[in-house]
Design a protein around this ligand. Structure first.
Ligand code: PLP
Length: 360
């Protein structure tokens, strides 16, 4: 078996030990004579898998009993509609922070269901820095404040939040959740598509403060209603059982690595090295203000775009996969989620140095 280093933004690389464990357990899970994929989601076996995954996640993120954890479907993109349908009455208004492409998508979808106020935008600086929270134009009557703490495409990340009083903060953490310690109590609702830092595609995580349940608009589809999901242990219909199981294995793996403190240290080291290599060269460039650089998604350009294809081909020959930047921004992007080993980042940096020497 030869595993290459996969820098894909999503679906992203998974920890090799998780895949190996899934492989061993695949045809016959724990001596039950069938695979997880073939189990009833209501069987005691699958219920134990589901409960274990939730318990481990709660431990990792230190999630209190005042929060519900929901395992839903439809990707983070469905949450762009679920959030307003569940948290805002018809005619209500919500504040959104615009930090890039995913914020914009959330804003566009939100506008279909409520009045959107853009309380702060990074558009003026080309999405290279996040406006200081003191300058956010917040509405004390907003149904919620929506933000995207890590912009997966632009590589812009921020942590600071203003005091929003009674206005719940909603965060799309698709590409940053579990990358470092997180104070869940600052948020009313956190959502994340699984395929970046959690597990395989097909599963979406929602962590919601329980007092925000039960507010959905009357016409909210049952499948999008958080209260319905909570009342049914996320099994109102058939959940994506295999993705849920595999995510549980990833949570176990993170726990074994030392939890989010250990992940945070590793991720800071990985990102620190890569940004240092970019900054230390005139050939590579990352435009993001150093205070707002993403730990997980590192976009960079080469001095000459005409070299992009040669760079990508050479990378692939060395087993460095999926470094092409998002089609909307071009250039390169290295996504270095939890499951990307430090050796993968080292190999990328070494290749970048050699390519520069050869071409610059
Ligand atoms: C990937 C991503 C999404 C979209 O996720 P889907 O699960 O494909 O809908 C939304 N927001 C952010 C920040 C992302 O990284």
């Amino acid at each position: 078996m030869s595993r290459h280093y996969n820098f894909c933004a999503g679906p992203a690389t998974l920890p090799t030990p998780v895949l190996e464990r899934a492989q061993v357990e695949l045809p016959d899970w724990h001596g039950k004579g069938l695979s997880v994929m073939e189990m009833s989601h209501r069987s005691p076996e699958f219920v134990s898998i589901a409960e274990h995954a939730e318990a481990t996640l709660r431990k990792l993120l230190n999630i209190g009993d005042d929060y519900a954890v929901l395992f839903v479907q439809g990707g983070a993109s469905t949450q762009f509609a679920s959030v307003p349908l569940n948290l805002a009455e018809e005619g209500a208004s919500a504040d959104y922070i615009n930090t890039g492409i995913w914020s914009k998508k959330a804003i566009a979808e939100g506008k279909r269901y409520l009045k959107v106020r853009v309380a702060a935008t990074a558009e003026d600086n080309g999405f290279t820095a996040v406006p200081d929270t003191a300058a956010w134009d917040l509405d004390a009557n907003a149904a919620y404040l929506h933000c995207t703490p890590n912009e997966t495409i632009g590589g812009l990340e921020f942590e600071a939040l203003p005091d929003t009083g009674d206005v719940p903060v909603v965060a799309d953490m698709s590409s940053t959740i579990l990358s470092r310690p997180l104070d869940v109590t600052r948020y009313g609702l956190i959502y994340a598509g699984a395929q970046k830092n959690i597990g395989p595609a097909g599963l979406t995580l929602v962590i919601i403060r329980k007092d925000l349940l039960g507010r959905a608009r009357a016409l909210t589809p049952s499948m999008l209603n958080y209260q319905v999901a909570a009342d049914n242990q996320s099994m109102y219909n058939t959940p994506p059982t295999f993705a849920w199981y595999l995510s549980g294995l990833v949570f176990d793996w993170i726990d074994q690595q030392g939890g989010l403190e250990a992940m945070g240290e590793l991720n800071s080291r990985k990102a620190g090295k890569l940004y240092a290599a970019i900054d230390g060269s005139d050939f590579y460039n990352n435009p993001i203000h150093p205070d707002y650089r993403s730990l997980m998604n590192v976009p960079f350009t080469l001095a000459d775009d005409a070299l992009n294809n040669a760079f990508l081909e050479g990378a692939e020959q060395r087993g460095l996969l999926n470094l092409k930047g998002h089609r909307s921004v071009g250039g390169m992007r290295a996504s270095i989620y939890n499951a990307m080993p430090e050796a993968g980042v080292d190999a990328l940096i070494e290749y970048m140095r050699e390519f520069e020497k050869e071409k610059a």
